[in-house]
Design a protein around this ligand. Structure first.
Ligand code: 2HG
Ligand code: ZN
Length: 455
């Protein structure tokens, strides 16, 4: 896509020349996704410093029909936040204002460029917490997590990002600002714009701020990492623990092969005395120590092997490393195909068992890595050793998911990586509603036009 020098000048007049970066050496990081699988190019990375500047930039882009990719921390994994077709990148990183925490009706308004880690610290300073957490917390932004309706580690306790939203401020494609940040818990005054924009992947509007609910910050927290000799028993036990363990916040699954990989990447020892085929990590938090009640449930579960328990922050983070280290460790093996999927609970163990052979059938030299938020049915299928442009692996896995009544995107979104399979989950009638909403809000089609439905 070519952008005229006049349009770049008009944008620079809004944000200041120093906030329009055109040098390819400087924009390369904005043009490559976290995995390195999706690489594009851009005529400019534009860094507005206020909602008003976002509005003025979009007004220029809409008038000149310039396609725009909104970008937060660039931690997305489906090629939805990078300019694969030469779009202008609209970085929201400078919208990083932190509002005053309301501790009476626990909530706060924050700019879309605030990182998750910063929001966690901000809430903690008022004795509260933000319910969404994920491994990329240091870079992932609130705007990006809203755009993708990010899930993460604590969905079983607090819900996904959409469940945290009490209000939103966003800029439409033509520069109009929609703002509804009052934050009332009950507010039935028409369409739920926050709910609509959440998960819309930057295709309907650019989120500039949000009012999010905050949750209690519990004084006691315990993590257990439990070994199992077989995957099926691990998964069935994990699903039971989501209701049997009081104060449960996270129930995560990793395999023996995945733990070996993390140990190798980080030069750390195995977490338990023996090596197990599968591991479940469970975390519980409460105002009284949850450890004994949690241990009682775990030890009464048939098939449980070794158990390690972490109560201090250091012990807990040591155990989490074996789970959170997966994404980086897998990237060291090779560029992964990432297939983030959910299965109905009854189909979960069978899917985990069957997916490696479905991959092997189409890509005999590929390797399948499985881990994820098993407590809510979400498995991160990662495949290395397949050509980055060869979609046969994606096709095989996503068709298996759909055949078993699962979702082809649990929490990462559709982006560009999965758009050709959207019809596995969405009917023609649903897709026509999506298209109608898109053309009503963005008639010129400038907002992230190549993701979800576009391209
Ligand atoms: C996680 O749960 C993230 O760690 C990344 O969603 C998953 O790397 C992945 O496939
Ligand atoms: Zn995840």
């Amino acid at each position: 896509m070519t952008v005229s020098p006049q349009a770049i000048d008009a944008i620079a007049e809004v944000v200041g020349r120093g906030h329009v970066v055109t040098d390819p050496a400087m924009t390369a990081g904005n043009c490559t996704d976290w995995t390195g699988r999706f690489v594009g190019q851009t005529p400019a990375v534009v860094r507005p410093g206020s909602t008003g500047e976002v509005a003025a930039v979009l007004e220029v882009c809409n008038r000149h029909r310039i396609a725009v990719v909104p970008q937060g921390g660039n931690t997305g994994l489906v090629g939805g936040g990078v300019p694969l077709a030469g779009e202008v990148v609209l970085s929201l990183a400078r919208l990083n204002h932190l509002g005053v925490v309301d501790a009476v009706q626990p909530a706060v308004t924050v700019g879309s460029g605030v990182t998750l880690a910063t929001l966690h610290s901000h809430a903690a300073a008022s004795g509260l917490a933000y319910g969404v957490d994920l491994a990329a917390r240091d870079s992932a932004t609130i705007g990006g997590t809203i755009a993708t309706n990010a899930g993460g580690l604590r969905v079983i306790r607090w819900g996904d990002t959409r469940a945290q939203l009490l209000g939103i401020e966003a800029v439409l494609a033509d520069g109009r600002v929609v703002s509804h940040l009052g934050g009332l818990v009950k507010d039935n005054t028409g369409y739920d714009l926050a709910g609509l924009l959440c998960g819309s992947e930057g295709t309907l509007a650019v989120v500039t701020a949000a009012r999010v609910r905050l949750v209690p910050r519990h004084s006691h927290r315990t993590v257990a990492l439990v070994g199992f000799a077989d995957v099926g028993t691990a998964v069935q036990s994990a699903l039971r623990w989501t209701t049997a363990i009081g104060g449960v916040e996270a129930v995560e699954f990793v395999t023996g092969a995945g733990v070996d990989l993390v140990c190798d990447a980080q030069a750390i020892p195995l977490p338990l005395p023996a090596r197990w085929a599968a591991y479940i990590l469970v975390e519980a938090a409460a105002d009284t120590d949850p450890t004994d009640a949690m241990a009682a449930v775990i030890t009464a579960t048939p098939g449980v092997g070794d158990v390690a328990v972490g109560r201090t922050a250091g012990e807990r983070s040591r155990l989490w490393t074996y789970r959170e280290g997966h994404t980086e460790a897998i990237n060291r093996v090779g560029l992964p195909h990432k297939l983030d999927v959910t299965l109905p609970h009854a189909a979960l163990a069978g899917f985990i068992n069957d997916v490696p052979s479905a991959v092997e059938h189409v890509a005999p030299n590929a390797r399948t890595w499985l881990f994820g938020h098993v407590g809510d049915g979400n498995v991160h299928v990662n495949v290395t050793g397949a050509d980055p442009d060869d979609n046969s692996v994606d096709d095989a896995v996503l068709r298996l998911v759909a055949a078993r009544h699962g979702s082809i995107s649990a929490e990462h979104g559709i982006g560009t990586a999965k758009k050709q399979w959207l019809s596995l989950n969405r009917s023609p009638a649903e897709l026509s509603v999506f298209a109608a909403i898109k053309s009503a809000l963005d008639p010129e089609g400038i907002l992230n036009p190549n993701v979800l439905l576009g391209g």
